[in-house]
Unconditional design. Structure first.
Length: 327
């Protein structure tokens, strides 16, 4: 199946391209770039081609600066946008990246009307809503990376602390991909044992106090900590995107946390994109999966919804003032 990446010369875009080039279900991988970045995009393609030859993998590789060439793509990944700089909030990116995503989403709606859109551009919850409205697609076919990466980070930190394999940690982060993220600690388990039992000194030998608040802050600041040291996040997002694409192309029916439209499915929350667990298959989102929240988590989730919706509506207002009308 054909997968296209818009913004393929950025650090996340090119790392994602390399990850996806190795997926057996990806028959054609297309790199879309701006005209001024086209030669660099061709260079990335040639470099990936050499890497695949070394691994004995074969995939059709294409590059283009014409958005019309996304025709017949199964999944189109939007990574285009200005990068977040150290100490820069995601909301500072919202307006300029909103303009970029709106333009591409509108073109995708015209030239690849049967595709799905996976948004990686930050702030991803706001950008997912922009992509949804400007593509005119059904919500099941537009979603953002967001909390899938946050969930993987939380699992990793917990696995390191409790010295277990990461697959033994079952936890999830919902809400905003940013400071309003909501870790579902009340339903977290390790090896099938609720996390609360790991806090009991007499329950396990080798007991180590777990700094929950510090770990949550570590997840929230993970991206900023990487950006301050190397200038951008790339490998984590790239592999997380690859997880989502593989799940869809293989029709795996996995439950992953992505940013999707919430419109009455959870309490009174409406018309906002947030990270929630969904079942993903060959046609995209098959439905939001019910999940448990305690009172504190529910309150935090509502607060996240209010914050993201306010940011989203402001971006939409600015885009419409500039003459960019959604579908």
């Amino acid at each position: 199946m054909k997968v296209s990446i818009i913004g393929s010369t950025g650090r996340v875009g090119k790392s994602t391209a390399l990850c996806l080039a190795e997926e057996e279900t990806v028959s054609t991988l297309q790199l879309i770039s701006r005209e001024e970045s086209f030669e660099r995009s061709k260079g990335e393609l040639l470099d990936i081609s050499d890497a695949l030859a070394a691994k004995g993998v074969s995939v059709d590789l294409e590059t283009s600066s014409d958005i019309r060439d996304v025709r017949n793509s199964k999944i189109i990944i939007i990574t285009a946008g200005i990068p977040r700089k150290p100490n820069m909030e995601r909301d500072d990116l919202a307006h300029v990246n909103g303009r970029i995503v709106a333009t591409y989403a509108s073109e995708i709606g015209k030239f690849a009307p049967d595709s799905m859109i996976l948004v990686v551009t930050n702030p991803v919850d706001v950008m997912s809503y922009v992509a949804l409205k400007y593509s005119g697609f059904h919500p099941s076919r537009v979603f953002g990376l967001g909390n899938h990466l946050d969930s993987l980070r939380l699992k990793n930190y917990m696995a390191q602390h409790f010295n277990v394999h990461v697959s033994e940690v079952h936890t999830r982060v919902i809400g905003q991909h940013g400071p309003y993220m909501v870790p579902l600690i009340s339903s977290t388990s390790i090896g099938g044992i609720p996390l609360e039992y790991y806090s009991k000194r007499d329950y396990f030998s080798g007991y180590k106090p777990f700094d929950l608040e510090g770990t949550i802050k570590k997840v929230i600041n993970a991206g900023s900590n990487i950006i301050s040291r190397k200038g951008a996040t790339e490998y984590g997002p790239a592999f997380a995107v690859s997880n989502i694409v593989k799940t869809i192309l293989n029709d795996e029916k996995r439950i992953l946390t992505v940013s999707t439209l919430i419109d009455g499915e959870i309490g009174d929350i409406r018309d906002v994109c947030l990270g929630v667990p969904v079942k993903l298959g060959k046609d995209g989102i098959e439905g939001i999966v019910p999940f448990l929240m305690d009172d504190n988590e529910r309150e935090a989730f509502i607060e996240a919804a209010e914050f993201v919706k306010s940011s989203t509506m402001e971006v939409m207002r600015l885009l419409e003032e500039e003459g960019l009308k959604g579908r």
